[in-house]
Design a protein around this ligand. Structure first.
Ligand code: G
Ligand code: G
Ligand code: MN
Ligand code: NA
Length: 254
């Protein structure tokens, strides 16, 4: 049994689930939103790492139906939490290059919003620099259509691709996420210090929200807060959690 054939059956066999990782405001400590992260639990193989199966799903094109499932599930979960009386929060969903290139992306997004009843302003789509640079004209059209619906856009893993300043200027981007490779060695590494500060000041000057990824300790947090980073995400706050555990974090203290 190849991994590919197992992956082909995973959707219909309901082997996927989503974990959720919170982002918090660095000033208030409040959770501003969560990012949905896909998990595959195979009965024999156990839990297969996304680092293994996402590239395979991308190569085979299976990421398109899988990604559609992720969108629907994430929006439905956000609305379940709202109906339980939790404060509405932003739900971030990662898009893959293949999904972004798919001509039905907007239709899939619209259907997930319609089926769940979620407000578009609460949905955030995470894209990468390389997805936008592959075909700039098309990417602009797609992102403008996404923005016109009120949906938010974040650039994931910022700084690891071919970042273009003109992309920052012309694309309707709300949020940039500093890749965790630049956060890991803060505050000791002086090059990472310079890079993190530059991303923060550029993002803020352009009116974007800047989120640091992969924050694992208080020293990293202190550096980022001092330099004006808006939000953070990482193991210091919480690992990606199953929906039930995430709901516990979201429930206000009594
Ligand atoms: O959750 P984890 O850190 O193991 O994720 C590893 C990689 O898989 C990350 O790059 C993450 O963006 C990606 N990933 C997780 N969930 C999804 C998803 O639903 N869709 C896509 N396209 N990528 C995802
Ligand atoms: O590429 P993307 O940013 O979507 O990747 C998200 C992945 O990063 C998730 O798989 C998650 O498990 C991982 N991640 C989240 N927070 C941390 C952290 O603080 N440290 C490390 N090493 N990985 C993290
Ligand atoms: Mn992401
Ligand atoms: Na990232």
């Amino acid at each position: 049994l190849s991994l590919e054939s197992a992956l082909r059956r995973a959707l219909e066999r309901e082997q996927f689930s989503l974990n959720y990782q919170p982002k918090v405001d660095m000033e208030t400590g409040q959770i501003t939103g969560v990012e949905a992260l896909l998990r595959w639990n195979h009965p024999d193989l156990g839990s297969v790492s996304p680092a293994q199966f996402i590239p395979l799903a991308e190569e085979t094109g299976l990421i398109v139906p899988i990604g559609r499932w992720v969108l629907n599930e994430a929006c439905a979960q956000a609305m379940t939490w709202q109906r339980c009386g939790l404060l509405p929060l932003s739900m971030a969903v990662n898009l893959s290059p293949r999904q972004f290139a798919d001509e039905h992306l907007l239709q899939d997004v619209d259907e997930a919003l319609a089926a769940s009843g979620m407000s578009p302003v609460l949905l955030q789509l995470e894209v990468t620099e390389s997805m936008m640079m592959r075909n700039v004209g098309r990417a602009l059209k797609v992102l403008d259509a996404i923005q016109s619906r009120g949906i938010r856009l974040a650039i994931d893993d910022f700084g690891t691709g071919y970042s273009s300043m003109s992309l920052m200027k012309h694309f309707p981007i709300d949020t940039i996420k500093i890749d965790r490779s630049f956060v890991r060695d803060l505050p000791q590494d002086s090059e990472d210090q310079a890079i993190a500060q530059a991303i923060i000041s550029m993002g803020k000057a352009l009116g974007m929200t800047v989120v640091a990824e992969g924050v694992e300790n208080a020293e990293q947090e202190a550096f980022l807060r001092t330099h004006g980073c808006d939000e953070m995400q990482g193991f210091l706050i919480a690992k990606p959690l199953p929906a039930k555990q995430m709901a516990e974090l979201l429930r206000p203290m009594e």
